[in-house]
Design a protein around this ligand. Structure first.
Ligand code: PLP
Length: 398
């Protein structure tokens, strides 16, 4: 009997991938499935980005790069950060990662161990909790509440900090709720963190470009008071429709007085993945420095669909939906239908051919909700909502 470390008995998964597999299986059997479960843009990577990767390969860029990423790309990220947040960061603090997810992997590995507490949003991206459990740290959920428009509450977050807290994870705009936390709340959080100088913060800002109705994305980078303990997670997956390229970046504090975090993540890269796929890094430069019209058009399309899906969800019997202000998800409250969220999601897939994700797949505070991704055409969204409406009228709670 082979015995692996205990972390592997605790590590979790993303159920969205299981739903996707089941949806694909049903489709392969000939069923007409509409997928609103997926967490990736339904747009192609813009052509000029694809061409840059092809050119890079033709130009011979197929070898190892520095573990931290090619310097031109790190400079491009620094330029973009200045343009989007007004904050100057050094390319020497920018780390190119194989996807956004790998930053959370690295950050949680750095701070998680038995005896440590790590705070994370619930409902939230499922990998936060899974990785915290892997390390043996105690996962402390920060409830994300519908009555706050799914913004996080600074007061509630601060109330959960203890001397054991090593890392605080925040995410805005948020998956799975579409919530965007307003500036005043973030200012309150940052002010409160003054009393907790030994807590590191990881801010997942991968949806930073996707805000609507005038909602403002506020980067935690804007606050000098926490810069020396902030890990900023971002990447190419969402903004430029590049999920399969596995391209992310993060900004880490450096210097021994800040835990030498940047050098630690560099060493982790050397040990685990050496460097990110070289042609993909050249594509990353083209994404940042090239024309942004495809990205802008995609986000405008999400905005239009958001209005459609929110209206249709609110028209469903016993369903109510806060208007999401960011990302490409709606998180309707289905408690009044009498269904448990996962049972409803499963019945909708099997019976109505609509793939959605039950809220509990994002944490215990997700019960009573389902996640609807509107990364699908307006036509499919309308068709899916008709099917859901028909299903809810046909079937009383099981
Ligand atoms: N963070 C959040 C909140 C996400 O929703 C996702 C992807 O769904 C990621 C990070 C990971 O992105 P990537 O595909 O670049 O690893």
């Amino acid at each position: 009997m082979l015995k692996t470390i205990a972390g592997f008995d605790r590590i979790g998964e993303e159920n969205a991938f299981a739903v996707l597999a089941r949806a694909n299986q049903l489709a392969a059997e000939g069923r007409d499935i509409i997928n609103l479960g997926i967490g990736q843009p339904d747009f192609r990577t813009p052509d000029h980005i694809v061409e840059a990767a092809i050119k890079a390969l033709r130009d011979g860029h197929h070898g190892y790069t520095p573990a931290t990423g090619i310097p031109d790309l790190r400079e491009a990220v620094a330029r973009r950060t200045l343009a989007t947040t007004g904050v100057e960061v050094s390319p020497d603090n920018v780390m190119i990662m194989p996807g956004g997810k790998v930053t959370m992997f690295a950050a949680i590995l750095m701070f998680g161990e038995p005896g440590a507490d790590i705070l994370y949003p619930d409902p939230g991206f499922p990998i936060y909790r899974s990785m915290i459990e892997f390390t043996g740290a105690r996962p402390v959920p920060v409830p994300i509440r519908e009555e706050n428009g799914f913004a996080f509450s600074a007061e509630e977050t601060l109330s959960l900090l203890t001397p054991a807290t090593r890392l605080l994870i925040v995410n805005s705009p948020a998956n799975p709720t579409g919530g965007v936390t307003p500036r005043a709340e973030i200012e309150k959080l940052v002010a409160g963190l003054d009393a907790w100088p030994d807590v590191a913060i990881m801010s997942d800002e991968i949806y930073d470009q996707m805000t609507y109705d005038g909602a403002e994305h506020v980067s935690l980078l804007e606050f000098p008071a926490i810069r020396n303990r902030l890990i900023l997670l971002n990447g190419w997956s969402k903004t430029w429709a590049m999920t399969g390229w596995r391209m992310g970046w993060s900004i880490w504090p450096s210097g021994a007085e800040n835990g030498a975090l940047y050098d630690k993540v560099r060493k982790l890269a050397v040990n685990a993945w050496s460097c990110v796929n070289a042609p993909a890094q050249y594509a990353g430069i083209a994404a940042i420095d090239g024309p942004q019209d495809a990205a802008t058009d995609m986000i405008a399309a999400f905005d239009r669909r958001r209005a459609v899906v929110t209206d249709l969800l609110n028209a469903l019997p016993d369903v109510s939906c806060v208007t999401p202000k960011g990302a490409f998800y709606a998180f309707p409250n289905i408690a009044a239908t009498g269904w448990k969220a996962k049972a409803l999601a499963s019945a909708l897939l099997e019976d109505a051919g609509v793939a959605l994700i039950g809220g509990p797949d994002f944490g215990v505070h997700g019960e009573g909700y389902i996640r609807v991704s509107y990364a699908n055409s307006e036509e499919n969204i309308r068709k899916a909502m008709e099917r859901v409406s028909d299903f809810l009228e046909r079937r009383a709670a099981a």
